[in-house]
Design a protein around this ligand. Structure first.
Ligand SMILES: Cc1cc2nc3c(=O)[nH]c(=O)nc-3n(C[C@H](O)[C@H](O)[C@H](O)COP(=O)(O)OP(=O)(O)OC[C@H]3O[C@@H](n4cnc5c(N)ncnc54)[C@H](O)[C@@H]3O)c2cc1C
Length: 459
């Protein structure tokens, strides 16, 4: 706790010691330098702690910014002077794993890796996976409705949550910790909190549906002429492996080549050449040759131009590093702009071509790096050049989002709105839907103390 925030003087009256006030100096603020701008943070250890903190915030009209692992990429955890940061890292107990029902009940501050490790001993898996797995929390994943690489087969976090416990903005608790799929008890209110990015309450407990653990997996990296061909290959793999097709990721050439250079991986995957590169994981026994069989068929019809199947864990990791270490683009081209959109699969190839042309029309020197989750059409763009381009954010956003809604896509796929895409809400969300969101916010949080300035644009 630092003394620059006027709240610091008030907190001792509140009996702050019992909640372990945090010294922010020397801590990692995460992806957003504004995360610690409030200068004061509490680290509660129990539901009772959080209820008291929020009740105090309601009484004093103090805005609350909840932080999980601070891996969010949309600015949802940014704070400001006069606000109180509530860190969830000590809310890290796995309350129960009911292996028989395939369900886990956890505190919101449990990390994805912590839960994955715990359920693996029951031959189960969480069914959601993100590259931020070691740091992101289950509460943060629920608050952002995280997607990740398995969403095309298991759904987003929204589809995995059976029950929730939430501290509301007046300090009361909505407890709905169901362990069953079927529970039609009026409006499904937990869904309003999923994806609300801390603007409606603090999620303290989560019930997640689990999946059967995955056994041996094989990984293939293939080059294709374009995204349509990658899609054909994806469909062929899906027809062969069904639910045992675990992931289907795509990278466009400029992304693939730049990351390989940054990792000093040139030539590591043979002489793969193409406009797009596709990674798939399948769950099959080691002696199962069907991956080779599908590869042969796809090569024969020209869907793929070349491919590498990882022979061991090292090769598998190398392939996945190219996809997951996307921040290396920012290292090579600092000051770029990031976007996270989703596109119907049939439009993927043409959308990327057309949006790239629209972006280059702003400035021909702009580089367009694209990769994402092919299985569900979620693409991540980084637009950059040799000098920072942040000042072009709004022009680039318009170029990218143009036509998206007409084809049934979304300008905000899985990272959430936070502060970053807030201004796009007024432009790209149906006005009636937006006014309903404002009405829900006003009903649940009439004093606007939960993560103000996030998600919803000013009315
Ligand atoms: C390398 C990397 C890869 C990533 N890959 C993916 C990906 O594939 N798919 C994807 O969807 N995201 C991805 N992300 C983004 C990020 O990991 C997710 O958004 C994740 O769900 C955030 O979890 P967190 O605990 O870090 O939340 P934070 O970053 O701490 O918070 C995110 C938002 O949720 C709110 N919040 C956090 N905890 C709570 C709570 N308990 N109650 C109420 N509100 C809360 C915060 O106020 C904030 O608005 C990636 C990020 C990184 C750094």
């Amino acid at each position: 706790m630092t003394s620059s925030n006027p709240l610091s003087a008030l907190l001792p009256d509140f009996g702050i010691k019992q909640f372990s006030a945090i010294d922010l100096d020397g801590r990692d603020p995460g992806f957003d330098t504004a995360n610690f701008a409030a200068g004061v943070a509490l680290c509660p250890k129990s539901l009772e702690d959080i209820k008291s903190i929020v009740a105090w915030c309601a009484k004093t009209k103090t805005p609350v910014v909840t932080q999980g692992g601070r891996t969010g990429l949309a600015g949802g955890t940014a704070s400001a002077l006069g606000q109180l940061v509530v860190m969830m890292e000590h809310m890290n107990t796995i309350r129960n794993i009911d292996a028989g029902s395939g369900v886990a009940i956890v505190d919101a501050g449990v990390t994805l890796t912590q839960l994955e490790d715990a359920v693996s001993s029951f031959d189960l898996t969480v069914g959601i996976d993100l590259a931020a797995r070691g740091t992101c929390t289950i509460g943060g994943m629920v608050a952002t409705n995280a997607g990740g690489g398995e969403a095309f087969r298991n759904g987003m976090t929204r589809q995995r949550v059976l029950g929730l416990e939430v501290v509301l903005p007046d300090g009361t608790v909505m407890s709905d910790l169901k362990k069953v799929i079927k529970a039609n008890e009026g409006y499904d209110l937990k869904q309003i909190f999923i994806g609300s990015e801390g603007t409606l309450g603090i999620i303290t407990g989560v019930v997640l549906k689990l999946e059967k653990a995955i056994g041996n997996r094989k990984t293939v990296l293939a080059s294709t002429k374009n995204a349509d061909d990658a899609l054909c290959y994806f469909k062929r793999l899906h027809a062969m492996f069904g639910e045992n097709l675990l992931s289907a990721e795509i990278m466009w050439k400029d992304y693939f080549v730049t990351i390989c250079q940054e990792l000093e991986f040139e030539g590591r995957f043979g002489n793969l050449q193409g406009e797009t590169y596709f990674i798939a994981d399948v769950a099959v026994p080691q002696d199962d040759d069907r991956l080779l069989e599908v590869l042969g068929e796809s090569l024969e019809v020209g869907e793929i131009s070349d491919a590498v199947i990882a022979k061991n864990e090292q090769e598998r990791n190398d392939i996945w590093r190219v996809r997951e270490e996307s921040f290396l683009i920012d290292k090579a081209y600092p000051g770029g702009c990031w976007f996270d959109i989703s596109i119907p699969l049939s439009e993927l190839d043409s959308f990327v071509k057309e949006s790239t042309s629209r972006v280059r029309a702003i400035d021909p020197a702009l580089k367009v790096f694209v990769m994402g989750h092919l299985g569900d059409g979620n693409l991540h763009y980084t637009i950059a050049k040799d000098e920072p381009v942040d000042h072009l954010y709004s022009d680039i956003a318009t170029a990218l989002y143009t036509g998206l809604s007409a084809i049934g896509g979304s300008f905000s796929a899985e990272h959430g709105i936070g502060t970053e895409k807030r201004s796009s809400m007024s432009k790209f969300v149906d006005p009636t839907k937006l006014s309903l969101m404002h009405a829900i916010k006003a009903t649940i949080d009439p004093m606007n103390i939960m993560n103000p300035g996030k998600v919803l644009p000013p009315k």
